[in-house]
Design a protein around this ligand. Structure first.
Ligand SMILES: [Zn+2]
Length: 251
C-alpha cells in the first residue's frame, strides 16, 4: 500500500533485509530464523581439521549452510557496509554457544579466539567483525555458567584474500601468515580455546589458526561458526564418525 510518509522515510533511511532484500527491515524474521535453529556439526565437511592423534576431527558447530539469503547477508555484513548486522549475528552465535555449552563445560575456563583478518580488511570494515562474534560466544557460554573470555590473540600478515581460492591454495596462502605475538602467548599457553569465525569454508583458516595457537602452547578444543559452505572441501577420506549433529537441521 502506498504511503507518502513511509516513502519519505525510505528516502532518509533506505533499508532492506541483507538476506532476502525485503523492504524496511535490516534483518527480517525469516532470514533470522535460518540462524536460530539447533547447532550442528560441520567439521566432517573439511577433512583438514582431522587431528593427527586419532581423536577424530576438531568439533565445529554451525547454524546454517552458507547459501542463499544467509550467504548474501554474511557478504553484505563483511564487504558491503552492513555492519548493522553485527548485533543480530552476535546474538545468534551467543545462542548457539549456550546450546553447546554442556559439551564444552569440561574445558572451562575457556578462551574464545576470533579468526584474524588482515590489517587491510580491518581498515576497510572498521575492525575485525569476527571479534563481535567471539564476544557473543563468550557471553553465551557465560549465560550457561561456563566461564569464558575473549582473547583476540591471532595476528595475520598481509596476504592475498582467500576469496575465490580452492582448498589447497587457501592453505598455501595462509601457511606461516598467522601467529600469536610473544606478548600474547601468556593469554593462551596451557589454556583451552574455542575458535570462532563467520563461515567454515575449506577449514584452511581454522587449521592455520589452530597450528598458530598450538605453537603458542594453547589447546584448541572446538570451533563455532555462523554458517558452513557445503561441498567446498574434498570428500572425507573416511565416512563421518557420527551423524548425530549433522543431519536434520540443514533443511
Ligand atoms: Zn530477509
Amino acid at each position: 500500500m502506498a504511503s507518502p510518509f513511509r516513502d519519505l522515510l525510505g528516502l532518509v533511511l533506505p533499508v532492506e533485509c541483507a538476506g532476502c532484500g525485503v523492504d524496511d527491515l535490516a534483518w527480517c524474521p525469516s532470514c533470522a530464523g535460518r540462524l536460530a535453529g539447533t547447532p550442528w556439526r560441520c567439521d566432517t565437511r573439511v577433512p583438514r581439521l582431522d587431528r593427527m592423534d586419532g581423536r577424530g576431527p576438531l568439533p565445529v558447530w554451525t547454524l546454517a549452510d552458507c547459501t542463499g539469503d544467509v550467504r548474501r547477508a554474511i557478504i553484505a555484513w563483511k564487504d558491503r557496509g552492513r555492519a548493522d548486522l553485527s548485533a543480530a549475528f552476535s546474538r545468534a552465535i551467543a545462542d548457539q554457544a549456550r546450546q553447546v555449552a554442556d559439551e564444552l563445560a569440561a574445558w572451562a575456563p575457556i578462551v574464545v579466539v576470533p579468526a584474524p583478518s588482515t590489517a587491510a580488511s580491518r581498515r576497510r570494515r572498521g575492525g575485525n567483525l569476527v571479534d563481535t562474534l567471539a564476544s557473543g560466544v563468550a557471553s553465551g557460554l557465560r549465560a550457561a555458567a561456563v566461564p569464558a573470555e575473549v582473547a583476540p590473540v591471532l595476528h595475520r600478515a598481509r596476504g592475498g584474500d582467500q576469496v575465490g581460492l580452492g582448498a589447497r591454495d587457501r592453505a598455501r596462502n595462509l601457511a606461516g601468515q598467522l601467529w600469536v605475538p610473544d606478548r600474547r602467548t601468556r593469554d593462551v599457553a596451557g589454556r583451552h580455546i574455542v575458535l570462532v569465525d563467520d563461515v567454515l569454508t575449506t577449514g584452511a583458516t581454522f587449521a592455520a589458526s589452530r597450528r598458530a595457537l598450538e605453537r603458542a602452547g594453547g589447546v584448541v578444543v572446538a570451533g563455532l561458526t555462523l554458517a558452513s559452505t557445503p561441498g567446498s572441501g574434498r570428500p572425507p577420506a573416511l565416512p563421518p564418525r557420527s551423524a548425530v549433529h549433522t543431519s536434520d537441521a540443514r533443511g
